[in-house]
Design a protein around this ligand. Structure first.
Ligand SMILES: C[S@@+](CC[C@H](N)C(=O)[O-])C[C@H]1O[C@@H](n2cnc3c(N)ncnc32)[C@H](O)[C@@H]1O
Length: 279
């Protein structure tokens, strides 16, 4: 019911309604003295879930699974409102550098005001890109967007819950851009909803809360009118793309709980890969 009502609200109105809805909680948080690196709930547009806990959880994966070092150059593609950046502020050293870009201007402005002002090695940029779910007025098509960074620049790149909102031609361009700006031997960590025998069986049995039933451009979505609200990809297609862009997947893939499987690491599926050395 809540989902259907939400769908009927025009995108431009949603931030205003969120502000009204969250006003009492934000007021209580302010009175209790909320941490200045945590945005008020009315500004959090990246979904439900505990902002701090999820950030801490992924910081652990970056370090333990992808070997992130404090002095590395990090790129956060689709950085939202700093959920992953905030926990990295007390991990990256002064030699370490963080860049994040996103298509939602408010989120970037919040990060610049509250994070970059305190940590001058943290940089945030806005990209005026179209996404039906987040930025229906965006000007640039994601399939044509060139990341504003030099080739081979980053040691570590991550996308958390971003390709789960992007269509195939956009995804392919971003994979190629990740590979371009990642140095040889650099690592990336990317989350997906992966369709394989196990997840497809669970979806068919109707046990998955995300009902991926509409086929759009070769991927599956839960909402035909707003496909970018949640997108799942065939695991084989994703593996081929990693191969095509010289990103060697580290086994095992860490499958997530999104489809209600019994054994999982996080909510979404996580792939970690290393950029191959060219001979
Ligand atoms: C669910 S949020 C996740 C945000 C952030 N990665 C995190 O985990 O907190 C999805 C994010 O993807 C961003 N996004 C969608 N399409 C994008 C694109 N083409 N380029 C960059 N970011 C994009 C949205 O603006 C949004 O911030």
């Amino acid at each position: 019911m809540k989902k259907h009502i939400t769908k009927m609200i025009p995108a431009a109105l949603k931030p205003a309604l969120r502000k009204i809805y969250c006003f009492p909680i934000d007021l209580i948080d302010r009175l209790k003295g909320r941490d200045s690196l945590i945005p008020p709930r009315s500004l959090i547009f990246i979904g439900d879930g505990d902002f701090v806990k999820i950030g801490q959880e992924f910081k652990r994966y970056f370090i333990e699974l992808a070997d992130l070092q404090p002095d590395e150059r990090v790129l956060d593609v689709g950085c939202g409102i700093g959920r992953m950046a905030v926990p990295l502020t007390n991990y990256l050293s002064q030699e370490g550098k963080y860049w994040g870009f996103d298509i939602v201007k408010n989120g970037i402005e919040w990060c610049q005001t509250h994070i970059s002002s305190k940590f001058d090695n943290f940089h945030f940029q806005h990209a005026d890109i179209y996404n039906r779910n987040y930025t229906p007025n965006g000007k640039i098509q994601a399939e044509n967007f060139q990341f504003p960074y030099k080739k081979d620049y980053f040691d570590f790149i991550f996308l958390t819950s971003v390709f789960t909102h992007m269509l195939p031609s956009d995804l392919e361009n971003y994979m190629s851009e990740v590979s371009r700006v990642l140095r040889q031997g650099g690592r990336c960590l990317i989350t997906f909803f992966l369709l394989n025998e196990e997840s497809e069986d669970i979806i068919r049995a109707g046990r998955c809360a995300l009902d991926f039933k509409y086929k759009v451009d070769g991927c599956l979505t839960i909402d035909r009118d707003n496909p970018e609200s949640a997108i799942a990809y065939k695991e084989d297609f994703v593996k081929e793309l990693f191969g095509k862009y010289k990103l060697r997947i580290t086994q095992p893939i860490r499958y997530g709980s999104w489809c209600k499987r019994d054994t999982f690491l996080s909510y979404q599926d996580i792939i970690i890969a290393t950029k191959e050395h060219s001979n």
